[in-house]
Ligand binder design. Structure first.
Ligand code: ACO
Length: 424
């Protein structure tokens, strides 16, 4: 499988350990370290900074150059020429659909948009002030209860059905989370509207403008997949135990919630509100640079991109279009965001550390201009990311796979005898 080899010399171990090196179609070569366990060694890589945990053909990120490809297609071209459901099809099946395949896929998704009454009751049982991500996570896990007995995860058709069902239901669930928080009745899907327009309709009860519907579609599309990020890796890891896919996606949603991941778009808006005025930006930039202060500029930096995130450029353009249509170009938050962007792109701290605005920096502003409340931002991200999560799960189960089981560098106590309570 590999002509290239790596040779490792370790103090105390005689000779060199030979390890195979594999090349992907793009990206860095990988050293296969599996043979090290036979030598009594593990590798150590907290945060998986330099570990490829799987083989995948779905998405490629060229972080240094700011490249994002889905099945080889650049994200900019997909955002410009495709739409979210077509991109879902591409991620799931590996190729762009022809006209008939696309229509069939859309009608299958549309047929699955409504959720069972039991899920509606579950959503209603939550406190109105509950964070929508906690409701979305629970409602998605609850879908496992409805689709478990009939689901055989070793069956390709069953996996595809689960994927379509999840892609279809996630906007409905997100809209329900929102309407519940507002004390409003749920709105059933509108068969005349496409995926993104229907989502906005289920949220507000109004048919959105073409610009708003298109912007929403682009937001979903730009979030559709991002290879082995924390939430996708969680879906793969939990899925590797053979669990129900709805439960695995719920685990992905839980992971996405955090401010270092999907919660960042919400954190960006909260940060801008906290800054409050353009005159205070310098103060916050100084805080972000101060190592004794835990504050970070939300929406800046990325584990993989050490260049402009290509999704940010598309998101920024879309944001400008929506704000121009709505006549909101004077929005004070936007003015702050624009000033912050300029400062951070010129400041030596951000330049040297290659901290560019990420997709969350602009998505927060765009979603706000679409009238979406801040607490719902991460649910929107989850809705957009669902095709990516489920495509990775499907890809993993389509090939031989092992249960994920990381090892550790143990630093705890060595063996010792139990001390009775009275002797402690
Ligand atoms: N503001 C200020 N300094 C930062 C920021 C930031 N946003 N991000 C990174 N740094 C600094 C760190 O302090 C560190 O400095 P040091 O080398 O002097 O110690 C250096 O840049 C590298 O940062 P790490 O935390 O090691 O980078 P990592 O790859 O682990 O983290 C992350 C990436 C979590 C995205 C980080 O940049 C961050 O916290 N950003 C803000 C939150 C955010 O926007 N998250 C969204 C990520 S994208 C997504 O999920 C869609």
């Amino acid at each position: 499988m590999s002509d290239k080899k790596a040779h490792l010399e370790i103090d105390g171990i005689e000779g060199k350990i030979e390890l195979p090196v594999y090349s992907g179609t793009l990206g860095p070569d990988v050293v296969d370290v599996r043979g090290l366990t036979a030598k009594g060694l593990f590798t150590y890589d907290p945060g998986f900074v330099s570990t490829a945990a799987c083989e995948s053909s779905i998405t490629f990120i060229g972080g240094a150059k700011g490249i994002l490809l889905h099945r080889g297609y650049p994200i900019e071209q997909l955002a410009e020429q495709s739409d979210h459901l077509e991109t879902c099809y591409l991620l799931l099946f590996g190729e762009l659909p022809n006209k008939a395949e696309k229509e069939a896929f859309i009608s299958k998704v549309n047929a699955q948009r409504t959720v069972d009454n039991s899920i509606a009751s579950l959503v209603k049982s939550f406190d109105r002030g509950a964070h929508p991500m906690s409701i979305l996570c629970s409602a998605t896990a609850a879908l496992a209860g409805l689709y478990h007995k009939s689901l055989d995860i070793t069956n390709n058709e069953h996996r595809v059905e689960a994927a379509i069902n999840l892609i279809a239901k996630m906007p409905t669930l997100t809209a329900m989370c929102y309407r519940h928080s507002q004390g409003m009745d749920f709105i059933t899907p509108n068969d005349d509207l496409d995926y993104a327009a229907n989502f906005l309709y289920m949220m507000s009860g109004k048919t959105p403008s073409k610009t708003a519907a298109h912007a929403m579609d682009v937001v979903f599309l730009l979030h559709a997949d991002h290879e082995q990020n924390a939430s996708t890796s969680t879906v793969r890891l939990s899925g590797s135990s053979g669990t129900n896919p709805y439960a695995a996606i719920a685990a992905g949603i839980a992971t996405l919630w955090g401010p270092s991941h999907g919660g960042a778009n919400e954190a960006v808006l909260n940060m801008l509100n906290e800054i409050g005025d353009v005159s205070r930006i310098d103060e916050y930039v100084a805080k972000a640079k101060d190592k004794s202060d835990p504050f970070r500029l939300m929406g800046f930096g990325h584990r993989v991109y050490k260049n402009f995130d290509p999704r940010s450029r598309v998101m920024k353009k879309c944001c400008d279009e929506v704000l121009a249509e709505l006549g909101n170009n004077n929005d004070p938050l936007l003015a702050m965001a624009k000033k912050l962007e300029v400062i951070a792109l010129e400041d030596s701290y951000f330049v040297e550390k290659k901290l560019y605005p990420n997709v969350d920096f602009y998505s927060g502003i765009l979603l706000k201009s679409l009238g979406i409340p801040v607490e719902l931002f991460t649910c929107i991200f989850a809705t957009g990311r669902t095709p990516g999560w489920i495509s990775h799960w499907h890809e993993m189960l389509s090939e031989p796979y092992k249960i994920g089981r990381p090892r550790q560098l143990y630093k705890g106590a060595v063996k010792r005898d139990f001390v009775k309570l009275e002797d402690r």
